[in-house]
Design a protein around this ligand. Structure first.
Ligand SMILES: Nc1ncnc2c1ncn2[C@@H]1O[C@H](COP(=O)(O)OP(=O)(O)O)[C@@H](O)[C@H]1O
Ligand SMILES: [Mg+2]
Length: 230
């Protein structure tokens, strides 16, 4: 089985080499935990390997994404100009139309161009669009299986719920092939906040069951796989 690097050596090690190619992976965490950073880093890794990549954002426009990536030293503009990167701002206000677009147009675009990696950030906005649990579950399942059929490795990001262990709607973790959880741990009011990463599930993978510290640096996310949390 082919694995694709996440772009983060320590995380690859936790995953037995990387993400299983062609699968859909959810990254779940609180605001500021590095979900967008991780998604950009995964796309950047693909670009440096001459893979075709797509970043679909429901939050930021093309220029803002290019700027954010450049702060980490990742020259997205170069690959955008070369045509191996597509940055797409999805309409978060007309979410019904956006979902239809994702389900119908995206598979054709991806099939015809052979896209290797896709990120959808923040996927939470799509999850919010449904009025009830059943509708959300059926539609998210449908959307994820459409994404799966494209053959691209897809990373979707989602907000963590108040239990701090699962997504807000507790749906995507059942629908995707892999779940990576980002924790923010505050030991006490007077101490620093620690970031920790956990692989909750990953298809076909004897992944690490440990929670490992990570930090976000000017070069991106860095997982300290040799360190213990406490
Ligand atoms: N250049 C940098 N150096 C160190 N930390 C950074 C840098 N840029 C961003 N960060 C950290 O990353 C956080 C943003 O992460 P982000 O990926 O946007 O999180 P999320 O998408 O989960 O909200 C910032 O709040 C900051 O703590
Ligand atoms: Mg974000």
């Amino acid at each position: 089985m082919i694995r694709q690097s996440t772009g983060i050596p320590g995380l690859n090690e936790m995953l037995g080499g990387g993400l299983p190619s062609g699968q859909t992976i959810a990254v779940i965490g609180p605001a500021g935990s590095g979900k967008t950073t991780l998604a950009l880093q995964f796309i950047w890794d693909g670009l440096t390997k001459d893979e075709l990549c797509m970043f679909l954002s429901l939050e930021e426009n093309e220029n803002k994404l290019i700027e954010t990536a450049s702060k980490y030293g990742w020259d997205f503009k170069k690959y955008l100009d070369a045509g191996t990167l597509s940055l797409i701002k999805l309409d978060a206000l007309d979410i019904t139309n956006t979902i239809t677009h994702l389900k119908t147009d995206l598979p054709h675009i991806m099939d015809s161009t052979g896209v290797s990696r896709v990120a959808i950030d923040p996927f939470s906005i799509i999850e919010m669009a449904y009025e009830n649990e059943r509708e959300r579950r059926v539609n998210i399942f449908d959307l994820c299986s459409t994404l799966n059929q494209t053959g691209a490795t897809t990373m979707i990001t989602s907000e963590i719920g108040s239990d701090m262990h699962s997504s807000v709607y507790k749906v995507i973790e059942h629908v995707v092939d892999g779940v990576i959880l980002l924790h923010r741990i505050r030991e006490s009011e007077s101490r620093n906040v620690l970031h920790a990463i956990e692989v909750v599930k990953m298809i076909w993978t004897n992944h690490s069951k440990e929670i490992k510290p990570y930090d976000i640096t000017p070069a991106g996310m860095n997982v300290h796989v040799r360190s213990k949390m406490y």
